[in-house]
Ligand binder design. Structure first.
Ligand SMILES: CC(C)(COP(=O)(O)OP(=O)(O)OC[C@H]1O[C@@H](n2cnc3c(N)ncnc32)[C@H](O)[C@@H]1OP(=O)(O)O)[C@@H](O)C(=O)NCCC(=O)NCCS
Length: 162
């Protein structure tokens, strides 16, 4: 299986916040942001694997700033790390006030997707080629998060069996 460069599967998706996405104060609901994060990251995973992919986990995420009705929200999603059948996708969320042009970083999320075959069993995926220093840094940070995730999963399985 041929390794693929990060740039081949990255996506940038934008969405303008509508009144039905917000609470009475005009702030977007967190669930709406999460849905778009999962959609953007899912496209990256599908592009990299070209198989059916499922979300295995979403790391804890913080909403750094509110986003308001009428603003343009942009989701920049990129593959950070590839394991055997799973991969981590990072998503940076920015909000732009279309009247002033001011752009704020509002959230960052890391999601893990697993590639499945027709029988819904995990299957190996192409390795990842890092082309820039930033991609290499993200990869190194993703390795640390993967290690922590595997340890947490092991602890979870152990406490279930105790
Ligand atoms: C995700 C899923 C396929 C994993 O199945 P599994 O039998 O536990 O898979 P395995 O233990 O063989 O692990 C396969 C890979 O997934 C990773 N993985 C499994 N569960 C994970 C989790 N909760 N978080 C992060 N990674 C996970 C493993 O680390 C492994 O990675 P690797 O192959 O790169 O080393 C299965 O739990 C599932 O189908 N979950 C439901 C997914 C879903 O419905 N998502 C929401 C809608 S898309």
């Amino acid at each position: 299986m041929q390794a693929k460069p990060v740039s081949q599967s990255q996506v940038v998706m934008s969405y303008r916040v509508l009144p039905q996405d917000t609470n009475p104060a005009g702030n977007i609901h967190g669930g709406v942001i999460l849905k778009h994060i999962d959609s953007a990251a899912g496209v990256v995973a599908a592009r990299h694997c070209r198989t059916n992919v499922v979300t295995a986990s979403i790391d804890s995420m913080s909403f750094l700033e509110p986003i308001f009705v009428g603003e343009l929200v942009t989701f920049m999603a990129s593959p950070n790390f590839v394991g055997t059948s799973s991969m981590e996708i990072g998503v940076r969320v920015e909000a732009e006030n279309l009247l002033t042009g001011h752009v704020r970083h509002t959230a960052t999320a890391y999601l893990t997707y697993v590639s499945l075959d027709e029988a819904r069993n995990p299957v190996p995926i192409p390795k990842l080629i890092m082309e820039t220093e930033e991609q290499k840094r993200r990869h190194e940070e993703a390795c640390l998060r993967r290690k922590a995730r595997l340890e947490a999963r092991k602890r979870g399985k152990k406490s279930k069996n105790d």
